[in-house]
Design a protein around this ligand. Sequence first.
Ligand code: HEM
Length: 389
Amino acid sequence: MLGATPSMNKDFLRSMGFDITLGGRAIKFLSALLRTERINPSRAILYQYADQSISDLANIIDPFDTIYRIVFRLTVNTIGASSISANSDVCDALVNIFHELDKSGTPATILFPWFPWWERMRRFYLMKHFHDITTAAVDDRRKSSRDDDDPLQYLLDQRLSSLEITQFILAALFAGIANTGVVAAYFLCDLATHPQYLERVRTELHDFVSRFNTDESLPFSARLRSITVEDWIRSDSLPLTNRCLKETLRLRIATPFQRLNDSGKDIDIAGTPVPHGTILTFHSSFMHHNEDFYTKPLVWDPERFNRERAEDKRRPMAFVGWGLGKHQCLGQKLAKFEIFLITALTVFSYDIETVDENGTLMLEMPPVQLNDAVVSPPKRAVHLKLSVR
Ligand code: HEM
């Protein structure tokens, strides 16, 4: 995942004709696109894409690929272009570029960015391919003079060039999908390895949907129609499902957080001098897997977050799954909405079990990985066996 940051070497990209100058404006655009009032009007299409993809699933799937692709399509519709998300083949091509980009960063390319490594040239080629796809969508929109109210139109209205739009979409998708795609897959696996929770979550989601529409003869996406994004993520809507997701985040997000002192001066943090140019790093595991806060921290146990136990309240900052402070996650609402939607559709349609690559039942997930730089699929393959209900 060392390739995850798309603009890691701006000088190199500039020298190849890619001038990346979006800076802090990108965060402003992303915040605007992630407002639930903006996502709500397109929820019918998100329900339809998710429903279609999940009803097409068969037998044994690799959730870290299949579910990732579903998250990708929903996210492209929300922060990219509706014409791209409408075409599942184009979405798949973009996912493949993402996977390749991911592999194209190595410790060597980061330590010696000026060297024309093969990986770096390949990275440029992949970004150019991504750019060609987004530019085609931009050109098509400009020619057709359609006035779709989608993220692409929003970016065009902000007077961004095709290149700036590519850079924005690529960066926003990296921020949005790398985590959500993997966490959504882990969440289903954690439920599958805890059948008693799976059943309770299924019931809670079923009751939730029935509060809005009781007609079980309708296709599922039709029953969801009146449920807004806010309804899904309201804290009292799905208390158990929320606790379960929080537990998956606590257990599986084992990554370092980093900050660079780029302030131009030396600073002091709680008595420790931090010279300009220093990178500070802090591993989520110091909190999430710490026995001082969490009982049996390596066990998946959502009830640790119930009102009586409230283990995450034992110390400030005991839970950092969405980050903290000024730079906490901008996409938390979208991520929860996507994960709950995908989970509901999957557990209503199928009984799920975790199996290995040979189809042999796995009763528990492989141990948590502490050495990854970002949230990653397990090293040992885990698949989901789906049986139609
Ligand atoms: C399960 C899914 C997700 C998880 C677990 C997650 C987690 C996090 C965490 C821990 C941080 C803080 C990082 C730090 O302090 O260094 C963060 C920041 C961020 N996340 Fe997420 N995230 C998820 C989904 C998303 C989505 C869907 C988007 C957007 C589409 C998004 C956009 C961002 C952005 C832009 C930031 C940086 C905010 C800033 O620097 O001010 N995330 N996320």
